[in-house]
Design a protein. Structure first.
Length: 215
């Protein structure tokens, strides 16, 4: 994955864009930089081999949108709807999502690095081959989601909701800490290390209805 814009395989083809984003448009080889959008309607918008850098989106809608071979750095999404969007072969770096709805979306071969997720709703999403590297996930809802091939190297997971989630080949061993608020039974499809097992033992016991007393 590329750490700087110039390393992108399509960097030379990128054209700066300073217009308004519109719904149901395809933006190919676009570079959108240093902009702030308030309540943009980008439903059905598609970004292909494009770079989005240092953006802020407030209360926007990218429902049914698509991000393919895109590169996002320093992108801040607040109260934005990404429901039923599709993401493939995309990298997000130093970005922050707060109060984002991304219900029933699909993601495949995505890398999140040094990103923060606060109260993000991934309900009913399908996530495959996703890397969370040095990320913070707080109050994130994965209820009823399908999670396959996820890793969390160096990441902190706090108050996750996993109710009725379906996990397969989810590797949590690299996470700095794990705190599951609900849906402990969904962890049957995950791999953890011995230290994490000890940290999660009280939550496992509570989920199983086991009372632990030392007196």
């Amino acid at each position: 994955m590329s750490r700087v814009l110039a390393d992108l395989p399509y960097a030379r083809r990128l054209a700066s864009f300073d217009g308004d984003l519109e719904p149901d448009q395809e933006y190919d080889n676009l570079h959108l930089d240093g902009r702030e959008f308030d309540e943009p309607d980008c439903r059905g918008t598609r970004f292909v081999e494009s770079a989005l850098t240092e953006l802020t989106v407030l209360r926007g809608s990218f429902r049914f949108g698509r991000f393919t071979d895109a590169w996002l750095r320093g992108v801040r999404l607040v109260g934005t709807n990404l429901g039923q969007s599709d993401w493939q072969d995309t990298e997000l770096i130093d970005s922050a999502w707060s109060g984002v709805e991304i219900v029933s979306a699909g993601m495949r071969r995505i890398r999140f690095e040094s990103c923060k997720f606060e109260s993000v709703n991934f309900r009913d999403c399908t996530l495959r081959d996703i890397e969370f590297v040095d990320c913070v996930l707080r109050d994130v809802d994965f209820a009823e989601a399908t999670l396959r091939g996820l890793t969390f190297a160096g990441s902190t997971l706090t108050r996750l909701a996993l109710d009725r989630a379906r996990l397969q080949d989810v590797d949590l061993r690299g996470a700095r800490s794990i705190d599951v608020a609900s849906g402990m039974d969904a962890l049957r499809g995950a791999t953890i290390n011995h230290t994490q097992l000890l940290d999660l033992a009280p939550a496992f016991a509570h989920a199983a209805g086991v009372v632990v007393r030392d007196d």
